[in-house]
Design a protein around this ligand. Structure first.
Ligand code: TMP
Ligand code: MG
Length: 212
C-alpha cells in the first residue's frame, strides 16, 4: 500500500429506467455491505427532502409545471447542494451507494428533446462515480412489473427514448447488468462489482470529476 495514497469510501451509482429494480437492489447492497462491516450509506437523487427537492417532487407528481430547462437545472442543483457532503463522506471512509445521479439527469432531459451537451454542462465538476451499475431492461418488460406509477416520465414511449439516451451516455466504465435475471442473481453480480470497487478506493484510487 502506497502511504501517499488516501484510503476512502467508494462512490457507486445505480442507473436504469423506472421499474428496473434499482431501489430494491440498492437496499440489498447496503445491507450486504453493512453486514460485512463496511461503512456504507444509501442516498438517492432526486433527494426530495431539501427545498429544491420539494420543487422537483411537486413537478414529478404534476402538482406544478416548469419549463424543461428549469427542471433540468433544479435536478442538477439538487446534486450540487449535496456535493460537499458526498466528498466528506467518501473521505471519512464511508462508501455511498447512490440511486440515480447525473446520468439520469442527462438521459431524462435529453429524451424530451433538450440538447445533449447542454444537459451535460451543469453536471461538470460534480464528483464522478467510481462505478456506474446500469440495470438494463426494456421499457416493455419494466412496464410488465406491476405497471408504472402516476409520476411524470412513467410512460412506455418516453422510457424508450430515455433508454436510447442512456445508451449514448454509457462508456467502458459502466457495468451493464441484465435486470431481467432473477433478483438474487442481479444482486450477486452487483455485489461482486461493488466489492471490487470498494477495494480499489480503499487502496487509494483517486477521486475524479465529471465528465471523465
Ligand atoms: P425516482 O423514481 O428515482 O425517485 O426518480 C424520479 C424521476 O426523476 C425518474 O423518472 C427519473 C427522473 N430524474 C430526472 O429526470 N433527472 C434527474 O436528474 C434525476 C436524478 C431523476
Ligand atoms: Mg420513479
Amino acid at each position: 500500500l502506497n502511504p501517499n495514497l488516501q484510503s476512502r469510501g467508494a462512490l457507486v451509482v445505480l442507473e436504469g429506467l423506472d421499474r428496473s429494480g434499482k431501489s430494491s437492489q440498492c437496499s440489498q447492497l447496503l445491507s450486504h455491505l453493512q453486514s460485512i462491516g463496511c461503512s456504507a450509506e444509501l442516498w438517492r437523487f432526486p433527494d426530495r427532502n431539501t427545498a429544491v427537492g420539494q420543487m422537483i417532487s411537486a413537478y414529478l407528481s404534476n402538482q406544478s409545471n416548469l419549463d424543461d430547462h428549469t427542471i433540468h437545472l433544479l435536478f442538477s442543483a439538487n446534486r450540487w447542494e449535496k456535493r460537499s457532503m458526498i466528498e466528506e463522506k467518501l473521505k471519512s471512509g464511508t462508501t455511498l451507494i447512490i440511486d440515480r445521479y447525473s446520468y439520469s439527469g442527462v438521459a431524462f432531459s435529453s429524451a424530451k428533446g433538450l440538447d445533449f451537451d447542454w444537459c451535460k454542462a451543469p453536471e461538470i465538476g460534480l464528483l464522478a462515480p467510481d462505478m456506474v451499475l446500469y440495470l438494463d431492461i426494456s421499457p416493455e418488460k419494466a412496464a410488465e412489473r406491476g405497471g408504472y406509477g402516476d409520476e411524470r416520465y412513467e410512460r412506455l414511449d418516453f422510457q424508450g427514448k430515455v433508454r436510447e439516451k442512456y445508451q449514448a451516455l454509457h462508456d467502458a466504465s459502466w457495468k451493464m447488468v441484465d435486470a431481467c435475471l432473477p433478483m438474487e442473481e442481479v444482486q450477486k453480480k452487483l455485489r461482486e462489482y461493488v466489492l471490487e470497487c470498494v477495494a480499489a478506493c480503499k487502496n487509494g484510487k483517486a477521486l475524479s470529476h465529471l465528465w471523465s
